[in-house]
Each structure stands twice: as C-alpha cells, then as structure tokens.
Design a protein around this ligand. Structure first.
Ligand code: SAM
Ligand code: SF4
Ligand code: F3S
Length: 455
C-alpha cells in the first residue's frame, strides 16, 4: 500500500467524456482524491493531477481524447512542479498500457473496475518511473465504485448505479467489452443509498445501468427492477428516473411499477436503434419492429401522457433506403418527444465491424439529416402540448447564455427556462422545485414566468 497521505494539498481536475456511467465514476474519482486531501481546480492547467475519464463508444470520442491529452505536454507547469496525467474509463480498459504508445505523457492507466486503486497509482507515479505504473483492469476486480467516497456534482441530484456491465452484445457496441458482464449491486444497498440521499436533501435520483431492466438476474437469479422501483419510491425521494432500458427486458411488472409509483417521472428512454426488423436482427437486439411498437403502446396505456425518448443508429452496415424508411415511420408512429441520433461508427472487435458496407457516406449523412429533421418536428410538436399549462421544474442553474435565466427540467424531462423573478437570487432557487407557466414552447425548451413559491 502506498502512502496516499502524501497527496494532500495537490490540486486535481477530472475531465469526463461519454455516458452517465463515466459521469458517476468521475464523481467517485473526485471523492477519492478529495478524501486524500487533494483540492479540485477548474482547469487542467492548474492541476497537479489530471484525470481523463474516457469513452470509446464512437470513433469521435476516441480521437477527441488524443488531442486533449497531448495538449497537456505544453500546458503551464502545475503548482507543485510535476503533473501526473491519468487515463481512466473505457479507452483505458480497452487499450491498457498500450495507451502510452500513442500518448507518451500518460503516467497512470486505470480500468473501469480499478477506480479504487487510483490514489496508490498516483503516489507510485510521483515516486518512481512513470512508465511502470499500470492498473489492474481485470474483470474480477470486486470494487463496485458506489462503495467508494463520492463528490457529487450537484447537491439536489444524484446518479445511483444499480448495476455495471452489459450482457447483450449488440453487434455494433463496444460497451460489453470495456465494462464487462452484468453485475448487480445489492438491493438493500441501493435503497439505503437513496434513503440517505433523500435525508441529505437530494430531490432527484437517476438509477443507472446499461440495462436496468435486467437488474437482479445476476445477483438474485431473476429480475427485480419493478420491485426496486417501488422500494426506491417508498424512501420519500421526490423524483426518480432511470436509464438505460433495453426493450427486450422491459416487463409488464416494471410498466405497472412505473405507473403506480408517484415519484417515477412520466418519462422513459427506450433505445430502439432501428425501425427495421431485418436491421434489428443484424444488430442482435432480440426484438422486432412490431414488438417495440406493441411495447410502446402498453407503456402509453399504463402511463398516459408519458414522454418517450430513444437512441437511433443511422447507417448500420447494409441498411437500405427501405430499412431507413421503416425507422422514420416507427419514429412517427411512436411520436418520440426526443431522440439521440448517431451515425454508425465502426468499433474494431465488435461483430458488426466485420460487415462490409458499400453505402456511400453522403447517403448515410443525408438519411441522418432527414431523421434529425423529423426528430426536431416531433419535439416541437410534443412541446406545444405544454403551452398555457404550468410545469414543475427542478432548477439546475443559470443558462450558459444569459445569467438572468434559470434552467431546469420538467417531469417529462423537458428543458424549462424562466427569468429569475424579482426578489430572488439564482442561489435561492437552484435545487428547488418551482412552477413555470409555459408561454413559449420551442423545439428544445419551454419558457415562461415562475408562478407561486419555490419548494
Ligand atoms: N445500453 C444502452 C441501451 O442499450 O440503451 C445504451 C448504451 S450506448 C452507451 C448509447 C448509445 O450509443 C446506444 O444506444 C447506441 O445508439 C449508440 N451506439 C453504441 N454503439 C455505437 C456505434 N458503434 N455507432 C454508433 N452509435 C453507437
Ligand atoms: Fe451496448 Fe447493447 Fe449493451 Fe446497450 S444493451 S450497452 S447498446 S451492448
Ligand atoms: Fe462511452 Fe464507456 Fe459509456 S464507451 S458511452 S463511457 S460505457
């Protein structure tokens, strides 16, 4: 064991790429370094320790990192004279020590299940040859990052991981290779954490996992997500969200639990990926277009007014114009209130990477643009329903463009803007629930005055 107390007083900065898993892991990294006496700073330039939490789900995220890490070589000298550059997250897990072949200024590489060893690795890097430091990235590392100290980004919101890894092996996706197989957190530990968070003043939790609907299968032999939702609902927490849900595992019990647990927000992110059964099969998704449409109907029937959002990949190898039109028609039929759309990105090591695709890039881009336009139209349409109504927003902070405007999210996860009313300062309202009367319904936000008192 290294003497981590020697890290006290050093400054650190964590830069996060990728999904909520990484955001949450970054909170654990901050918590760990904070517990060693390190001080967080706003930029990498001011930091003795710089941690990059990396993502490799698409090529863009991958290439972006190299530029940023290389830039550290010419960054100003850090406060204590020696900078330690650490790479964690999914690229670290994928490339291991090979990372140093491309990024020679990297001192520490730690895998997705080796967060707990980071302080020791930093001490080793400061003491010895920086090239010899390498984290244990083994699959069996029992460290569940939730058991580590955490430093939450916001006091009113918390990510709560309920499982790690993924067993689905969608044919395009790198995640199962870099996050390992599904591992569930203990049921009681999740509920206890949410109860404590509620007592500490947290208003909203988001339960996290790559496939939350299969929660329980690995640890208890059968899924327990519906039961978990109900138990979390009984802690008194005001808002519950969860992500991600795989359509093949979203059970009727879960749909009922959502409808019957008042704190579960009327919003569901349910990645469809494609509207063509042929493509879904090639993607190894284990549901058809018809299955997805029937599921969406059951969800809407049990939860009237629910806002459904989704992920869609355009240009999966071999996708034809007809397949793509099936995606457009499914998107219209479900009426998603928002969608994340991605152009397929070949990920070496995944089965889809072996499929040749003659489709020209311009054709895929043109499809992507058509889909993006449809998604925007539907988002605009969905927002019109709110015009003239009052929506509750959990206030997050000032808008980046205008400090007099505060931003929050509605139960349906719509962005809500409102002007700071007279007599209030931003800090009086951040983390509070407020009512906003919607006078403007744009494609990506709702806007109006705050009415009544904040809660
Ligand atoms: N587990 C989640 C699920 O199945 O809903 C999603 C995990 S992934 C981090 C987020 C999204 O990235 C996926 O839903 C998919 O749309 C997209 N994605 C994953 N691999 C991709 C690839 N190779 N190219 C383009 N998009 C990809
Ligand atoms: Fe990737 Fe599929 Fe797992 Fe989601 S369910 S993380 S898309 S393999
Ligand atoms: Fe990226 Fe890893 Fe998440 S590859 S999307 S950070 S699980």
């Amino acid at each position: 064991m290294s003497n981590v107390s020697s890290l006290a007083g050093l400054t650190y900065h964590v830069k996060t790429f990728g999904c909520q898993m990484n955001l949450h892991d970054s909170e654990r990294v901050s918590g760990l370094l904070g517990s060693c006496g390190c001080l967080e700073v706003a930029t990498p330039d001011e930091a003795d320790i710089v941690v990059f939490m990396t993502c490799c789900v698409r090529e863009k995220a991958d290439t972006h990192l190299y530029g940023q890490v290389s830039a550290m070589v010419s960054a100003p000298e850090p406060p204590h004279g020696r900078r330690v550059v650490c790479i964690g997250g999914c690229i670290a897990q994928r490339d291991g020590s090979g990372i140093r072949e491309h990024m020679r200024n990297v001192d520490v590489v730690f895998g997705t299940r080796a967060i707990a060893s980071l302080p020791d690795l930093i001490v080793d890097a400061l003491n010895g040859s920086k090239k010899n430091v390498f984290a244990d990235t083994s699959e069996d590392d029992p460290g569940f990052s939730s058991d580590l100290p955490s430093r939450r980004e916001d006091v009113w919101h918390a990510w709560v991981p309920i499982m790690t890894g993924c067993n689905n092996f969608c044919s395009y996706c790198i995640v199962p290779y870099v996050r390992g197989r599904e591992r569930d957190r203990a049921f009681e530990s999740i509920v206890d954490e949410v109860r404590t968070l509620h007592e500490d003043g947290v208003r909203e939790v988001c339960l996290l996992g790559q496939n939350v609907n299969s929660f329980g299968r690995q640890r208890y032999g059968s899924p327990r997500f519906a039961e978990l939702l109900r138990a979390v609902g009984e802690t008194g927490i005001e808002r519950i969200r969860f992500t991600s849900s795989h359509p093949k595992d979203l059970s009727d019990e879960t749909i009922a639990a959502m409808a019957e647990t008042p704190a579960v927000m009327p919003q569901l992110h349910l990645a469809v990926q494609s509207g063509s059964t042929r493509v879904l099969k090639a993607m190894n998704r284990h549901y058809t277009r018809e299955d997805y449409l029937a599921l969406a109907d059951r969800i809407k029937q049990a939860n009237p007014g629910i806002a459904l959002s989704t992920d869609i990949i355009v240009g999966f190898p071999g996708e034809t114009e007809e397949d793509f039109e099936q995606t457009l028609s499914l998107v219209r039929e479900v009426g998603f209130s928002s969608a994340f759309t991605f152009i397929y990105s070949k990920r070496p090591g995944t089965p889809a990477a072996k499929i040749d695709d003659p489709t020209p890039r311009e054709v895929i881009q043109e499809r992507f643009d058509r889909l993006a336009a449809l998604v925007a139209d539907l988002a605009h349409e969905a927002n019109q329903v709110e015009l003239g109504h009052t929506v509750e927003a959990l206030v997050e902070g000032p808008s980046k463009r205008d400090a007099d405007i505060l931003v929050g999210h509605s139960p349906k996860n719509k962005t809500v803007h409102f002007e700071i009313p007279e007599g209030y300062k931003a800090q009086d309202l951040v983390g509070k629930l407020v009512d906003v009367r919607v006078e403007e319904a744009r494609t990506w936000y709702l806007r109006g005055p705050m009415v009544g008192d904040p809660r």
